[in-house]
Structure formats: structure tokens, C-alpha cells
Ligand binder design. Structure first.
Ligand code: NIG
Ligand code: FE
Length: 409
């Protein structure tokens, strides 16, 4: 079987409980789509039959994982950006029928082909920065036909661009206009028809709910979680973004894959979170764009060893952010993560937030060969520089998506 040996690299394996798992002057052996071996240059000499790629002291990390996005949507919300700067809040805009509902109108109007065309440049930016796995949510269709349309687009982005797309059903993102004052009826429709149909088409890897004063309460979320659990689907939740109505506690009760946002999570709620397998997903883009001032309880998360992931939350409203490297920088400058925590947040812990940490997220034998070669010598360089993209080559499942230029790797 043909094998590839990446030599003379500083490898951020992400193995171990914390830090980068850095192995300087090391090599990685890849066979087919799998990492076979990681070790020192002196030991690597025995792999005489492998094709050798000399990384010349560059850095290798796992392929980056953006574990929370709303990348597929119609239109834009630049006007709301202006309105917020003129003094309206995100919640006020939503209450006046803007916000998510305005993206719902534009998404319903767009054809599948149009949604795909609009999503491509957003995705391209993430691909250029070494993203090999992305999660994409529905949630701007809010009826059966349009939620399925969004998920089909998400799925085809994966086929076209050679990356893994995890599709999350977010039918309970907002109350559609036609169900105004009938939230429970809408939840019944989600449970009886929308989610089962999307799942039957193989379009749902996980189910998410927006639990918030401007969205759905915990009773309604519980119905969705019960329905998803009956279908055998893992759960995620948007919680404690603008207020605290007990979303994290509910998600913990169901051992959700992740709780996302959590600026308003209280310190005294963190121990319960730590008892589950649930990952805390921090979204600094939304914090930044909404000019939020409430910080997520980072010290408590650390103290109780809750795994922390970070993601772009790419969406037209709260986080029109399409750079995973900038997301990592923001997590450090805005939330106080260390660069090592930021890299764990877009690799191993992001994989955990998607239930995929047995397959991807670190560079260790047996895992899928998703990796990036960077033209920097140490991992902190990825996080500290703003607006520079040192990505040299990207391998996805053992094949070069972006091959190294010989002599420049
Ligand atoms: O993660 N919080 C809810 N959902 C998105 C925002 C969606 C939107 O504003 O369109 C978020 O911030
Ligand atoms: Fe989100």
C-alpha cells in the first residue's frame, strides 16, 4: 500500500490532557486514509518505501474543525448591523420581525442552487484556512420543505469541496411568522413531521434548539430533545446567549454533545456540566459583533475541566465571521483562552462537540489523516497573527486537498 512520510515537522499532536502535544523535529506516516505512526526523525528513517514530503521545519496540526456554523442562508443582514450601531439591540430587532425571521424570508425565496452559490465563498475562506470538518445547521427554513432544502445544500457542499459536513437540524431556531402566538403547535409540527422527514432522508447528524427568551423555552426544548432521542440523534443547544433560562441544565439532563454560547451560564451551574460528556462551545464572533459584555465563565470551566471548543458561528446576523484563525485569536483576546486552548478548541474538543473525537481532532495512530501543514514553526503563531494565513497544504482523509508545492512545503 503506498504510504506518505511527512518529515522535518513540528507536530502539534493534541495528544495528552492539555497543551499542544507538541513533538518537535518529528515525522508522520500516513497509509491510505489513516495516520499510521507519529515519531522522531531518527526513528522515521526505517520507512524506506514511503514517499517523502519534507516539511522544512513547518508546523503540522490536525485539520481544523468549525463545530458550529449557520453557513447556508439567503440574503444578508447588513441593514441590521447598521440598526444596531444606531442603538437597537439584537433582541429588539428580532421582536420587530427582523433578525432570524428576515433570513428565513430570504432563505425560503432562494432555490437550492442559489443557496449553494451563496454559501460557496463563505466556505472557501474556511477551506483556505485548513478547515477539514464543518458543522452546518438548518434553521432559516422553519418548514419542512425549506429545512430539508438547507440540509441538502449543506450536504452537497461536502461532496463538492472534499470536507466532512456534519448536518444539524435546527428547526427550533425561531418561531416562523405563520405560527405567531402558536409556539406549541410549531413544536408539534417539528416533532411530528419536520425532524422525522429530514432524518429519514439521512440529512440529520444532530439536533439543536435555540433556548432563549426570544426563541423557545425549556419545556418546548424538552419535547424536541425527546423526539430527537427517540430517533437516536445526538443533541446540541444554543443556550445562555442573551439571558439564563436554564438551557444548560436541560442539555445536561440529556447529556447533549454541546452547549453553545453560554455567556450567561452561572459559575454554580458548571459542576453539573462537568459531570456530563457535554462540551462548552464558545462563540467569540457573536460576542464581538453583538458587543456583548457578559463573559462566559471560563475560570469555572477550566477548574471543573469542562472541554472547551470554539467556533465561528458563521451566520448572517450575530456573527458574519468566516475565519477560523480569527475566531481563535478572538477567543484569546476577548475570552482569555490560551493559544493552546484555542487550538484544542478547533481540533480535539471541536471533534468532541460533534461526537467524532474517536475519528478526528488529533494526530495519533488510527485516526483519519486530516491535517494541515503551516509555514510557521510553532503553534502560537497561528493564533497571534491577525489576517495572515500561513496554510501551505491540506490533507483530507489521506489525500491532498491542497498539495504542498514541492520544495516549499
Ligand atoms: O448562534 N443564537 C441563535 N442563532 C444564531 C444567530 C442567528 C441569526 O442571528 O441569524 C447564533 O448566534
Ligand atoms: Fe449559532
Amino acid at each position: 500500500m503506498p504510504s506518505t512520510l511527512l518529515t522535518n515537522a513540528n507536530v502539534a499532536t493534541l495528544m495528552g490532557e492539555s497543551g499542544y502535544g507538541l513533538m518537535n523535529e518529528s515525522a508522520i506516516l500516513i497509509e491510505s486514509d489513516t495516520i499510521k505512526w507519529v515519531g522522531s526523525m531518527s526513528e522515521a528513517r526505517r520507512f524506506v518505501d514511503a514517499e517523502i514530503i519534507d516539511c522544512r521545519g513547518g508546523l503540522i496540526t490536525p485539520g481544523l474543525i468549525d463545530c458550529h456554523t449557520h453557513l447556508v442562508y439567503g440574503g444578508d443582514r447588513a441593514d441590521e448591523f447598521e440598526q444596531r450601531l444606531e442603538g437597537l439591540s439584537y433582541s429588539e430587532i428580532a421582536e420587530r420581525g427582523g433578525g432570524i425571521r428576515s433570513s428565513v424570508a430570504a432563505t425560503r425565496q432562494a432555490s437550492q442552487a442559489e443557496l449553494l452559490q451563496q454559501a460557496k465563498p463563505r466556505l472557501q475562506q474556511l477551506l483556505d484556512e485548513g478547515v477539514t470538518t464543518i458543522e452546518i445547521k438548518s434553521g432559516y427554513g422553519l418548514d419542512c420543505e425549506n429545512e430539508i432544502k438547507m440540509l441538502r445544500v449543506a450536504s452537497s457542499l461536502g461532496d463538492i469541496h472534499d470536507l466532512r459536513v456534519c448536518k444539524t437540524f435546527l428547526g427550533a431556531h425561531a418561531l416562523p411568522l405563520e405560527f405567531a402566538n402558536a409556539a406549541d403547535e410549531y413544536i408539534d409540527l417539528v416533532c411530528s413531521t419536520m425532524l422525522p422527514q429530514a432524518a429519514a432522508e439521512g440529512l440529520v447528524d444532530a439536533v439543536d434548539v435555540f433556548i432563549e427568551t426570544i426563541a423557545f423555552d425549556t419545556m418546548q426544548a424538552r419535547k424536541i430533545f425527546d423526539c430527537a432521542s427517540a430517533l437516536g440523534l445526538p443533541l446540541k443547544a444554543h443556550v445562555e446567549q442573551l439571558s439564563n433560562i436554564g438551557g444548560t441544565q436541560l442539555a445536561c439532563e440529556y447529556n447533549a454533545l454541546s452547549v453553545d454560547h453560554i455567556e450567561y451560564l452561572r459559575d454554580d451551574e458548571v459542576p453539573e456540566l462537568a459531570e456530563t460528556d457535554t462540551v462548552a462551545v464558545l462563540l467569540p464572533g457573536a460576542y464581538y459583533v453583538l458587543r456583548e459584555t457578559q463573559l462566559p465563565p471560563l475560570e469555572s470551566l477550566r477548574k471543573h475541566r469542562v472541554p472547551i471548543a470554539i467556533a465561528s458561528d458563521a451566520n448572517p446576523g450575530s456573527s458574519p465571521l468566516h475565519s477560523i484563525l480569527l475566531t481563535m485569536n478572538m477567543a484569546c483576546t476577548l475570552f482569555g483562552l490560551t493559544p493552546a486552548e484555542a487550538l484544542r478548541g478547533t481540533t480535539l474538543n471541536a471533534a468532541k462537540a460533534l461526537g467524532l473525537d474517536d475519528q478526528i481532532g488529533s494526530l495519533e495512530p488510527g485516526k483519519q489523516a486530516d491535517l494541515v501543514i503551516w509555514d510557521v514553526h510553532k503553534p502560537s503563531m497561528l493564533v497571534y497573527q491577525i489576517g495572515l494565513n500561513p496554510c501551505v497544504a491540506v490533507m483530507r482523509a489521506g489525500r491532498w486537498r491542497k498539495p504542498p508545492v514541492v520544495g516549499e512545503a
